[in-house]
Design a protein around this ligand. Structure first.
Ligand code: GTP
Ligand code: MG
Length: 196
């Protein structure tokens, strides 16, 4: 498929150091440890494109992966990592906000949420920001392998009901990087946003 050509381009600490703002970009966001880097690896069919870690908060920069001349995937810093200094945390959040608000190439946001946990305050903030910016969001409810089929479905239905009511710019699906569950659906969303 389309994203196997993805290669690491660069890591930027802020919007000013990002690559040229052209083409199509889709970013992956979510709380630390939600499984962003794992999902990126599975979606690009690469074992260790984005660094994965058992220590939350490892991805602290905006990481760019080039798919072709006009398309990139972006691994954003995980938010809400408790063990980080408050000023560091604030700087990350400001950097995230700036990237999401001002990046013209950004066509959609993949928001990762652990299917076992309720959305965090900052997940809600992300949904509010993107709604105001009219930026489409697709939620991957990750680690679906950790729940029974019924529990996972219930978690999806609950989220979808909330999105339908308050965040019609957002869609959602179950996903497991471990079991490669939900890949076709995730690919289809990315292909649509990236104008393949
Ligand atoms: P930060 O970079 O710290 O923000 O984290 P991240 O969101 O990139 O999470 P990462 O992909 O590094 O995964 C965090 C942990 O969850 C790792 O131990 C992964 O192996 C595990 N994990 C990720 N996805 C899945 C999944 O689908 N199923 C299961 N069972 N574990 C997963
Ligand atoms: Mg990561």
């Amino acid at each position: 498929p389309l994203f196997q050509q993805a290669t690491y381009l660069k890591s930027a600490p802020n919007l000013g150091s990002c690559p040229e703002d052209v083409g199509y970009e889709v970013a992956f966001a979510g709380r630390s440890n939600a499984g962003k880097s794992s999902a990126l690896n599975v979606i690009t069919s690469q074992k260790s494109l984005a660094r994965t870690s058992k220590t939350p908060g490892r991805t602290q920069l905006i990481n760019f992966f080039t798919c072709d001349e006009e398309r990139s995937l972006v691994d954003l810093p995980g938010y809400g990592f408790a063990k980080v200094n408050i000023n560091v945390k604030k700087a990350w959040e400001a950097g995230l906000a700036e990237y999401i608000e001002k990046r013209t190439a950004l066509k959609g946001l993949i928001l990762l949420m652990d299917c076992r946990l309720p959305p965090t305050d900052i997940d809600i903030v992300m949904l509010d920001w993107t709604k105001a910016l009219d930026l489409p969001v697709h939620v991957l409810l990750t680690k679906a392998d950790k729940l029974s089929k019924n529990q996972a479905q219930a978690s999806l239905f609950k989220l979808q009901a909330m999105l339908k009511e308050q965040y019609p710019h957002a869609t959602a699906q179950l996903f497991s990087s471990l079991k490669r569950q939900g890949l076709d659906q995730a690919w289809a969303k990315l292909e649509g946003w990236m104008n393949y």
